[in-house]
Design a protein around this ligand. Structure first.
Ligand SMILES: *[C@@H]1O[C@H](CO)[C@@H](O)[C@H](O)[C@H]1NC(C)=O
Ligand SMILES: *[C@@H]1O[C@H](CO)[C@@H](O)[C@H](O)[C@H]1NC(C)=O
Ligand SMILES: *[C@@H]1O[C@H](CO)[C@@H](O)[C@H](O)[C@H]1NC(C)=O
Ligand SMILES: *[C@@H]1O[C@H](CO)[C@@H](O)[C@H](O)[C@H]1NC(C)=O
Ligand SMILES: *[C@@H]1O[C@H](CO)[C@@H](O)[C@H](O)[C@H]1NC(C)=O
Length: 597
């Protein structure tokens, strides 16, 4: 009995295998396709002009880069198990009105990147269980209002990258299960007010790269489940007040690259789940005092390429979870309210680079106790308050390159235990008494100053080739302590009372050294200065940086001769890098330069 049972089972098993082999032999994978054992077939190539015979259990078919320009009445016949059909990048231009009648089981149809400009009315309507329809990358200029009729189960509709200019107000009616709608990269100028009102399950709405000029006040009213709304790269010049208020579940809202000059007050209230909001690249002139509602989950915010001159003091106050704030590249941004960074206890990176900042309030950064990176480079800062960085106990990096700083308070960077990267080059450092303190700090913290070789004296003229870090304390010995301390920031004028003979460094082999001899009397030194100027030739054997050369040319006080090297300036060979300086200076004595460095 057991043997009989076993043989029967064995026979049945063999029969099954035979059957399977036979059917797959009849419809084996065509040569232009790759077929997976599970039933996915991917077919690529211009030799394909119609759907090839496929293994019967094929449930997914994707044709790409083919010459199949038409889907006709029988193209999809005999593929009863097919659920997902794609024909992409194939110059498809015609779909037969009954093309999908033979395959009502389809759940996904992708006809992306073809030449379709029109479709027969209700061509997809036999697909009662269709969930995904991609018509992106075609030539549609408009879409017939009944195109999606009967597709109540549709979840994902992509109409992007077409030439759509307008849409009928009822076109999405009945698509109550739609969760994703992409209308991006078309030429849509205007949307009917009720166009999205059936889409109560919609989660993602993509409208970017269109020509929208305004939004109807109640256009988003029914989109209570929307999570992502992308409106960037349009021409939107104004927003109706409260247009986003129904969107209480929104996590992403992009409004960048539009034409907004202002935003109505409280526009971003009632969006407690927001994690991304973009309003950069708008010609914003001002922002209202109340704009951002409670949005504790927002971790990054970008505000750049605007015309803002200043911002309301509480602009970021409700973004309590911010880790990174890039508030930069605003050409006109000149003033920051003292408390604008009041409420960002977690902020780690603050970029304020390339704005038009001249001055910063002493308390501006005082609450940013967790800040690690602060970028202030490429502004017009002409000075900094002594205590501006106080409290930034975690700060690792401060960039101050390319400002208008001639001096800094000597202890501005003390008590920043974590500081390991500071940049100060590209500033017109005035190497006079006022710089004594910071020069000392630099000497003791060389490793922190990333660009120390380019932090050059900009004046007085005789100090031009020196780095601030090379100034030695003895050189300031005649500056009175009080004088040095109280030296105001604006003292940029170089002191001409310096005896220039002290600069003659010919014969020195290392280090640009100037020996500063305190002047005996003002008159004497003035004379000496003038005389030496006439014939002074100076060999500089210090390391010459491009910054140095830039300084020299910019100051227009010297003719630069570089012997033996032609025009090429070699910064690495000390023997090639000496300069002959012929100063063309008209020395002007200033009788009130009391600190005679
Ligand atoms: C919409 O989705 C729900 C739940 O997923 C489903 O029960 C319903 O049948 C769908 N509606 C249509 C018209 O397919
Ligand atoms: C912060 O958000 C709350 C709640 O949304 C709101 O009442 C308050 O006015 C907002 N503050 C600012 C400065 O906008
Ligand atoms: C310091 O900052 C400069 C300027 O941004 C950067 O190039 C450099 O990599 C930084 N160095 C360190 C050690 O972080
Ligand atoms: C730099 O600051 C000085 C005053 O300290 C000012 O006269 C000058 O115009 C400023 N330069 C720029 C480019 O802002
Ligand atoms: C520079 O010149 C000195 C003296 O002329 C010579 O001893 C030295 O080797 C030269 N250095 C280089 C890098 O050419």
């Amino acid at each position: 009995n057991f043997l009989k049972y076993f043989l029967l089972l064995f026979h049945h098993y063999c029969y099954c295998i035979y059957n399977y082999l036979a059917t797959s032999f009849i419809h084996s994978c065509p040569s232009s396709c790759r077929c997976s054992p599970q039933g996915a077939a991917i077919c690529i190539g211009s030799t394909i002009t119609d759907i090839p015979p496929l293994p019967v259990h094929t449930y997914l078919l994707q044709l790409s880069g083919t010459n199949m320009n038409v889907i006709n009445e029988q193209s999809l016949a005999n593929l009863d198990l097919l659920l997902r059909f794609g024909l992409i990048k194939s110059h498809l231009h015609t779909v037969h009105p009954r093309a999908f009648l033979v395959a009502p089981q389809l759940k996904s149809v992708k006809l992306s990147s073809n030449d379709l400009s029109t479709l027969p009315s209700r061509v997809f309507s036999p697909l009662a269980t269709l969930e995904q329809l991609h018509l992106d990358g075609n030539q549609f200029e408009n879409i017939h209002p009944d195109m999606f009729e009967g597709l109540g189960g549709l979840q994902d509709l992509d109409l992007s990258r077409n030439k759509l200019r307008s849409l009928d107000s009822d076109i999405f009616e009945g698509l109550s299960n739609l969760t994703f709608l992409n209308l991006g990269r078309n030429f849509i100028k205007k949307l009917p007010p009720t166009i999205f009102h059936s889409l109560t399950k919609l989660q993602q709405l993509i409208l970017y790269y269109n020509e929208l000029e305004f939004l109807e006040a109640d256009i988003f009213d029914k989109l209570i489940n929307l999570v992502e709304l992308k409106l960037h790269h349009n021409q939107i010049a104004s927003l109706p007040p409260k247009v986003f208020w129904p969107l209480g579940n929104l996590k992403t809202l992009t409004l960048s690259s539009n034409q907004l000059q202002t935003v109505p007050e409280k526009s971003f209230y009632n969006m407690p789940k927001l994690i991304k909001l973009t309003i950069y690249k708008n010609p914003l002139l001002s922002l209202p005092d109340e704009l951002m509602g409670h949005m504790p989950d927002m971790t990054e915010f970008y505000l750049y390429a605007t015309n803002l001159i200043t911002v309301p003091g509480n602009l970021f106050a409700n973004m309590s979870g911010l880790l990174m704030l890039n508030f930069h590249l605003n050409d006109n941004l000149r003033d920051l309210p003292p408390d604008v960074f009041c409420c960002l206890p977690n902020l780690q990176k603050l970029s304020l680079k390339s704005n038009n900042l001249h001055y910063l309030h002493p308390q501006l950064f005082s609450k940013l106790t967790n800040l690690k990176k602060l970028h202030l480079n490429d502004n017009k800062l002409y000075g900094l308050p002594e205590n501006i960085f106080k409290g930034l106990g975690e700060i690792l990096e401060i960039l101050l390159t390319n400002n208008n700083l001639s001096s800094l308070p000597g202890d501005i960077f003390v008590s920043l235990p974590a500081l390991m990267n500071l940049t100060l080059s590209g500033n017109p450092w005035g190497c006079n008494c006022a710089i004594r303190g910071i020069a000392r700090w630099i000497r003791h913290n060389e490793h922190v100053l990333w660009d120390r070789d380019d932090v050059m004296c900009h004046n007085p003229v005789y100090q031009l080739l020196r780095t601030v870090g090379s100034l030695r304390d003895e050189e300031f010995s005649f500056c009175s302590a009080t004088r040095a301390k109280s030296f105001p920031l604006q003292d940029l004028s170089w002191s001409p009372t310096q005896p220039l003979h002290s600069l003659s460094t010919s014969g020195q082999t290392s280090g640009l050294t100037s020996i500063t001899t305190p002047p005996t009397t003002a008159t004497q030194s003035k004379q000496a200065a003038f005389q030496t100027t006439q014939g002074a030739t100076q060999k500089v054997t210090d390391k010459i940086t491009t910054q140095t050369v830039k300084h020299l040319f910019m100051s227009k006080l010297f003719k630069l001769k570089v012997p033996n090297t032609g025009n090429k300036y070699n910064t690495h060979q000390p023997n090639n890098s000496y300069l002959t300086l012929q100063p063309h200076i008209s020395v002007k004595a200033s009788s009130n330069s009391r600190c005679m460095l």
